[in-house]
Design a protein around this ligand. Structure first.
Ligand code: NAI
Ligand code: MG
Length: 353
C-alpha cells in the first residue's frame, strides 16, 4: 500500500466549504486505485484560529507539517477578522518560504462546456512555471529623503541557480507534453537581468535538443495569451512575469474557481503545497455554491506529483465529463451546488473506472 501523508489546511471561507468534498474525491481516487491511501491530518489554522490564539498557526506549526508528503490547502483570508497581510505572511508565505517552495506551477486549459472570455481559445493547454523565490520580488532596496525628494530603489535579484532550476523543470515538463518551452523575457528593455535570463535559458536549452524553444518579450507574450493561447505548451517566467501571466491564463479559462496550482519544493527537503488559485471568496461563502473544481484539479496535480499519472488522468477526465454534462456552479453559469458538483465527480470516477 502506497501511503501519502497529507497535511490538510481548509483555511477560511469557501476553503472550509470545499475541502471536505475535495478530500472525499481524493479518497475515492485512492479507493479505485486499490493500492493507494491518503493519511490525513487536518489543521484548523485560519483567521478564526488567529482570533482565539493570536497567531495563524502554533509556534511549532511548520514542524508539524514538515514530515508530511504534501500540504493540501484551501484558501485563507477574512479581512473582516484579520488584516490580509497578517494572514498571508504568517501562514501562506511562511510555508512557501520556509519549505523552500521555489517554483509555482499553474495549469490552464480550455474545457468544453465553459465559456472562455476570449473568442479564439482553440483548445489551449498551458502550464506556466514561475520562479517563486527571487527576481523582482526581492527584499533588497530602500527609500530615502522623505518628502518631495523622496526616492525608492527596488533591486531585482536573479541567480543562475534559481533561474536554471525553473528552466530545467520547464524542459523536463515539456518532455511529457508537447515538447515546447517558451521563455518570458524583456531583454530589450531590462538590460542586465533579462539578457542574463536569456543566456541561462539558452544554456539550459542546449541540454534538451529535442525540445523546441521560443523567447517572447513579456508585453507581447501577455497579448499572445489572449490572441493565440493555443500556440503555447510550457512557459517559464520570472516571479513578476509569471504572476501576471498566470492571472491571464486563469482568466481565459472562464472562472478563477477552477484554476489549480502547486508551490513546489524541488530539493526534496520539505513538502510541496497544493492550493487552488482562488481565495476565500467571502462574497459567496456560506451559500454552498463555491466551485470545488479548483481544489479538485489541484488534487489532480498532487496525483501527478506522486507519479500517479493514470489516476490523475482519470480524475481530470471525470472533471471534464461533469462540466460537459452541465453540472456547474453559478460562476460557470450553472445552478449546481458545491456538493452536487463533487458528488457528480465521485460518481463519474466510479463509472469511468
Ligand atoms: P477571491 O479569489 O477570494 O475572490 C475573487 C472572486 O472570485 C470573487 O467574486 C469570488 O466569489 C470568486 N471566486 C473565488 N473562488 C471561487 C470559487 N471557488 N467558486 C466560485 N467563485 C469563486 O479573491 P479576493 O476576493 O480578492 O480575496 C478574498 C480573500 O481571500 C482575501 O482575504 C484574500 O487575501 C484571500 N486570498 C487568499 C488566497 C490564498 O489563500 N491563496 C489567494 C487569493 C486571495
Ligand atoms: Mg497574482
Amino acid at each position: 500500500m502506497k501511503k501519502i501523508k497529507l497535511s490538510v489546511i481548509p483555511g477560511d471561507g469557501v476553503g472550509k466549504e470545499i475541502m471536505p468534498h475535495a478530500v472525499r474525491v481524493m479518497d475515492t481516487v485512492a479507493e479505485i486505485h486499490g493500492g493507494l491511501s491518503f493519511d490525513k491530518v487536518t489543521y484548523p489554522w485560519s483567521c478564526e484560529y488567529y482570533l482565539e490564539h493570536g497567531k495563524m498557526m502554533p509556534e511549532d506549526g511548520l514542524d508539524q507539517l514538515k514530515d508530511s508528503d504534501a500540504v493540501f490547502l484551501g484558501a485563507v483570508g477574512n479581512p473582516q477578522l484579520v488584516p490580509d497581510h497578517v494572514t498571508l505572511w504568517e501562514l501562506l508565505i511562511k510555508i512557501r518560504r520556509e519549505f523552500e517552495q521555489t517554483l509555482n506551477i499553474r495549469h490552464a486549459k480550455q474545457i468544453q462546456g465553459i465559456q472562455s472570455p476570449i473568442t479564439n481559445p482553440n483548445n489551449f493547454d498551458i502550464i506556466v512555471v514561475r520562479e517563486n523565490s527571487e527576481g523582482e520580488y526581492s527584499e533588497i532596496g530602500g527609500t530615502m529623503h522623505k518628502g518631495p525628494d523622496e526616492i525608492a530603489v527596488q533591486n531585482a535579484v536573479f541567480t543562475r541557480k534559481a533561474s536554471e532550476t525553473a528552466m530545467r523543470y520547464a524542459f523536463e515538463l515539456a518532455k511529457t507534453r508537447k515538447n515546447h518551452v517558451t521563455s518570458a523575457t524583456k531583454s530589450n528593455g531590462i538590460v542586465y537581468s533579462m539578457p542574463f535570463w536569456d543566456r541561462v535559458f539558452n544554456d539550459v536549452a542546449k541540454d534538451y535538443p529535442e525540445i523546441e524553444t521560443a523567447s517572447n518579450h513579456i508585453d507581447a507574450l501577455a497579448a499572445y495569451f489572449i490572441t493565440r493561447p493555443s500556440s503555447f505548451d510550457v512557459v517559464v517566467a520570472s516571479n513578476l512575469f509569471g504572476d501576471i501571466l498566470t492571472d491571464i491564463s486563469a482568466a481565459i479559462m472562464g472562472s478563477i474557481g477552477i484554476a489549480p496550482s502547486v508551490n513546489l519544493n524541488v530539493n526534496g527537503k520539505y513538502p510541496s503545497m497544493f492550493e487552488p488559485v482562488h481565495g476565500s471568496a467571502p462574497d459567496i461563502y456560506g451559500k454552498g455554491i463555491a466551485n470545488p473544481i479548483g481544489q479538485i484539479w489541484t488534487g489532480k496535480m498532487l496525483l501527478d506529483h506522486f507519479g500517479e499519472h493514470e489516476m490523475a488522468d482519470l480524475l481530470m477526465k471525470s472533471i471534464e465529463a461533469v462540466i460537459a454534462e452541465g453540472i456547474k456552479t453559478p460562476d460557470l453559469g450553472g445552478s449546481a451546488s458545491t456538493e452536487e458538483v463533487a458528488d457528480a465527480i465521485v460518481a463519474q470516477l466510479r463509472r469511468s473506472n
